[in-house]
Design a protein. Structure first.
Length: 187
């Protein structure tokens, strides 16, 4: 049976992250000094508090047996992507619940199968993100490509990180409420 269509629902335009935000955060994280490191530590703490399901998922990938380049790439991309969503959408970004994350992972798996059937080849995770978040996909894809060009890099680890960042991006995309709607979070 050949399936056609898309398993990943479209990301509404109001939930798309702009490239400029990603690049701005990258510059900020690239600064040297104790202040930049302290800001990064605070950001990781906020990520773990506000998105515990996503933090656990990313943490599970990053705590695996990844070599240093893939591990560094994973921390960098996951925090840049999350910060971009936080900065872009603020209170409109809801916490991703466990069932919502599972729905995203299931949709991504089905979509990979559909695309693989059409292409009869492996599908890079970034291809699946391009329709949903084109600026995030290109930003992440460029960093993944640079990592894969390094000599002796563990390509398997880089691909695991890439997949995890695609999952993170899609889950966050569906957690953004339309303008004018603010998620009320309990104190």
């Amino acid at each position: 049976m050949v399936l056609h269509g898309s398993a990943i629902r479209p990301v509404p335009p109001f939930a798309r992250v702009r490239r400029e935000i990603l690049e701005e955060i990258e510059r900020e994280l690239g600064r040297d000094g104790d202040e930049a490191r302290a800001e990064l530590d605070l950001a990781f703490g906020r990520f773990e508090r506000t998105q515990p399901q996503l933090a656990e998922r990313i943490g599970g990938v990053l705590s695996g047996q990844l070599e240093e380049p893939a591990l560094a790439l994973g921390y960098f991309l996951s925090i840049v992507v999350w910060l971009a969503f936080e900065r872009s959408f603020g209170a409109r970004l809801a916490e991703v619940a466990a069932d919502e994350l599972l729905d995203t992972l299931t949709s991504l798996n089905v979509e990979e199968e559909l695309v693989a059937q059409r292409l009869r080849a492996g599908v890079p995770p970034g291809v699946l993100l391009e329709r949903a978040q084109p600026d995030v996909a290109s930003f992440v894809g460029e960093h993944v490509a640079v990592a894969l060009e390094a000599s002796g890099v563990d390509a398997r680890g880089v691909h695991l990180v890439h997949r995890a960042v695609v999952e993170l991006s899609l889950a966050l995309s569906f957690a953004v409420a339309p303008a004018g709607h603010v998620e009320h979070k309990p104190d």
